[in-house]
Ligand binder design. Sequence first.
Ligand code: GLP
Length: 231
Amino acid sequence: MAQEAARRVLETLRQRPELVLGLPAGRTPVGVYAELARLAETGAADFSRATTFALDEFVGIDHSHPASFHRFIRERLIENVGLARDRFHGLNGAAHDLDGECDRYEAAIQRAGGIGLQLLGIGANGHIGFNEPADELPAATHRVTLLEGTRRASAALFGGDLARVPREALTMGVGTILKAETVILLAAGETKASSVERMVRGPLTTRVPASLLQAHRSVEVYLDRMAASRL
Ligand code: GLP
C-alpha cells in the first residue's frame, strides 16, 4: 500500500515538479514517507520545487513538541527528501491568536494556488484531518474540539496519558480538502474497516466527514486487506 501510494505521489511530482502537497501525520502514512525518502535518496524523486502543507495540529503544543504533527512530518519526510524548510508549512498550535492562525494558514494555501495532491488518513469515527463528526462542518481551516475517542486514540503520542492530550486542534476544513485537485486517502487495519465502509458506501453526511469525499471528482483510496474487509 505504501509503495503504491508513494509511486502515485512520485508520478504526480514528475509531471508537476512544483506540486503543492497536503500531508497528514499519524501511523498510516509512515510507510509512504519512508518510501518517498528512499526514492529521493536514489534520485528518483525530486522535491526541491514542491511545496507542502501539514493537514492538522494539536492546540497548545509548539513545533518542537514530540507529539507535534509539524515535527512528525518534518522528521519523517521533509528532512529526508531535501525539501527546503521554507517550503514546508504547518499550523502553529501554540499561536496566541488561534483563529488568526487558521485564517493565515488558509490564505497561505490559497496563495500557493491551493492543494494539488492531498494525502489523508481516516479516523475510526470517519474524521479526516481533525474534522470530527458534527451537524455542521466549517469549510476552511479552523479550530476544533476533539472527541473523546480521538483523544484516546492520540494518547500514545502523549506518553499514554489521556490527561495530557489537548482538547482542541487546528485542521484544514473539509472545504479546503475538497478544493484539492486530487485526494489520496490511506487506511490500514481492522479499526478502520467500519469508517472505510461508511466513507465508500454510506450516505454523504457530516456525521462521517470522509463520506463527503464522495462528492470529489478525483479521489483514490489505498487500503490494506483489513481496512477493506467490509467492502
Ligand atoms: C488523527 C489525525 C488525522 C489522521 C487520523 C488517523 O487523529 N488527526 O490526520 O489521519 O487521525 O491516524 P492514524 O494514521 O494514526 O490512524
